[in-house]
Design a protein. Sequence first.
Length: 171
Amino acid sequence: MPKPRLIIIGAGNDVIPVARLGKSAGFRVVVADWRETFCTTERFPGVEFVRGFPSEIMPVLDIQSGDYIVLMSHQFPREREFLELLEDRNYAYLGIMGSRTRTARLLNDLPPLKQLHSPVGLTIGADGPEEIAISIAAELIACKRAAVAAERRNVQRGIAHATDGHRASGR
C-alpha cells in the first residue's frame, strides 16, 4: 500500500520538525512554498518540494482524496488563496496552524471545508516547535489510523455481505 501524502504549505523553521515526524510516521512528505531559499534538502532531508504561489502549485500538487494537508506558512493572503483553490477538492485531512480567531478570519465567507482541524494538532498543552510538531504528528497518525480502520470495516462488510448465505447461482 502506498504511503499517504502529507502536503505542508510553508517551509518556515517550525515546519522542519513536522516534516521529520511526518516521515517517521509513514507519510510521503511534500513541502510547498514560494520562498525557494527555504525549500532546501539541507533543511528538509528526504522530502519532496513544490515551489511557487498557491495558483502555481495547485495543479502540480494534484490533491487527491488520500492527501493530508497542513497550512503552516503564517502568510495570511497565501493561505487564503490556497483555501479558495482547495474548495472543490477531496482530501483526507486539512489542518490549519494558528489561533481560532485567525482561522475564523481565514475562513470568512468560504463555504465549509471538509476534514478541517483547527487549531492543528492534538490538545496536549504543547509548547515550542518540537512539541507542537509532536501534537500535529499525533493527530495525523490518529486520522490515518481511523481512515484505515474505516476502510477495513467497509471491506469486511463487503465480504460479510458476499458470504451471508445467499448464492450467486440459483438451484
